[in-house]
Design a binder for this molecule. Structure first.
Ligand code: OSB
Ligand code: MG
Length: 371
């Protein structure tokens, strides 16, 4: 495969409603879309960064710098590639910047699958025909709107409710949901808002039969999470702390995590995600696919990877309409009444780009042609 041209688009899309986590509130999504051109095919990738470095250290600016000045030149230096697995090898000398790397790799995976005339899910080794999905619900001002959201999402079929928490909005909120909705599948995501001094809060949460608690402690910690896990029954699920295969291995060996939320962008791409998936399968650690409020392009990549067999828990890949008035793909991602999304059976990501929508939400478009 010889890629002739890469296009980076800086995108700006407004969410239907603000999304609040313990690190802030988001209404505008600013991210990058990548297009890779070869032999009449176009591969699409999404760089799931934000305009501010609150979830991880990357931003739209740092990712476009890395892509333009390092990753695309390195990629173009290689005359031809046979398989997308080669890309993470090429990028090894560049430290971290996982979301930037993942975006370019993702566009090449889509391109590769299209050239093979196979679904991306299939070339990744996915076997499931549909994936089970839950939904991630942001922090709400009061209980009433939260009750309405949960009721609505349960009616839509979502298989588990993930409730964002922060100090002051935790035990009481989750307890109220248990009382109102009974035995629903429910978990919490703290996005690193607590420390080991909050042990009493985690002990109270232990009585609420949560499926898991996601990233309760520091974004880069593994030691304190292991200490905490020894003292609570609720399984800990790491998100922010796992930025690659080595992290996953260490976290599992230390006992810092019993479940892993896998995000393609956070770990540097599909190749790395699959390696972590295989490791977890070997070690008996279930995984599920997280989200970064993606457009349809990134969402389609999530659906493809979630078709692998050790994605045994419902993920955060909700339908397009949960986020967007209009999405960048056709058809939009739809969640069936039974809380599943059908894995596409057409080639590549399996959804067509909606070119007029992509143009509409493009702020800056830059082209890079192989020299
Ligand atoms: O921690 O999983 C997270 C969104 C942005 C940044 C971090 C997270 C999230 C979500 C939303 O929980 C997942 C989604 O619906 O895409
Ligand atoms: Mg999370």
């Amino acid at each position: 495969m010889k890629v002739e041209k890469i296009v980076i688009r800086r995108m700006k899309m407004q969410l239907k409603s603000p999304f609040q986590t313990s690190f802030g509130t988001q209404i505008m999504r600013e991210f990058l879309l990548l297009e890779a051109y070869a032999d009449g095919y176009v591969g699409y990738g999404e760089c799931v960064v934000n305009n501010a470095p609150y979830y991880n250290e990357e931003t739209v600016q740092t990712a476009s710098h890395l892509l333009k000045d390092f990753l695309i030149p390195i990629f173009f230096d290689h005359y031809e590639i046979k398989h997308p697995d080669e890309i993470s090898q090429m990028f090894l000398p560049i430290r971290r910047n996982f979301m930037a790397k993942s975006a370019l790799e993702g566009s090449i995976w889509d391109l590769y699958a299209k050239q093979q005339n196979l679904p991306l899910a299939t070339v990744l080794g996915g076997t499931k025909k549909q994936i089970e999905v839950g939904i991630s619900i942001g922090i709400q001002e009061s209980l009433d709107p939260l009750f309405h959201l949960v009721e609505d999402y349960l009616n839509q079929g979502y298989k588990r409710m993930k409730i964002k928490i922060k100090p002051g909005k935790d035990v009481e909120v989750l307890h109220a949901l248990r009382q109102k909705f009974g035995n629903i599948a429910m978990m919490a995501d703290a996005n690193s808002a607590y420390t080991l001094n909050d042990l009493s809060i985690f002990k109270e949460l232990d009585d609420l039969q949560l499926m898991m608690i996601e990233q309760p402690l520091a974004y880069n910690d593994m030691i304190d999470h292991a200490t905490l896990q020894k003292q609570i029954k609720t399984p800990i699920c790491l998100d922010e702390s796992v930025c690659g295969y080595e992290d996953a291995k260490k976290a599992i060996d230390l006992g810092s995590t019993k479940i892993i939320n896998l995000k393609i962008g956070r770990v540097g791409g599909l190749t790395e995600t699959r390696k972590i998936h295989d490791l977890c399968q070997e070690k008996g650690i279930p995984v599920w696919c997280g989200g970064m409020l993606e457009s349809g392009i990134g969402r389609a990549h999530n659906i493809a990877i979630a078709s692998l067999s050790n994605f045994t828990l419902p993920g955060d890949t909700a339908g397009s309409s949960r986020y967007w008035y209009e999405d960048l793909i056709q058809p939009e991602v739809k969640v069936d009444k039974d809380g599943t999304i059908a894995v596409p059976t057409t080639s590549g990501i399996g959804y067509l780009p909606n070119l007029s929508m992509i143009e509409k939400y493009t702020v800056i478009k830059e082209e890079f042609i192989r020299g």
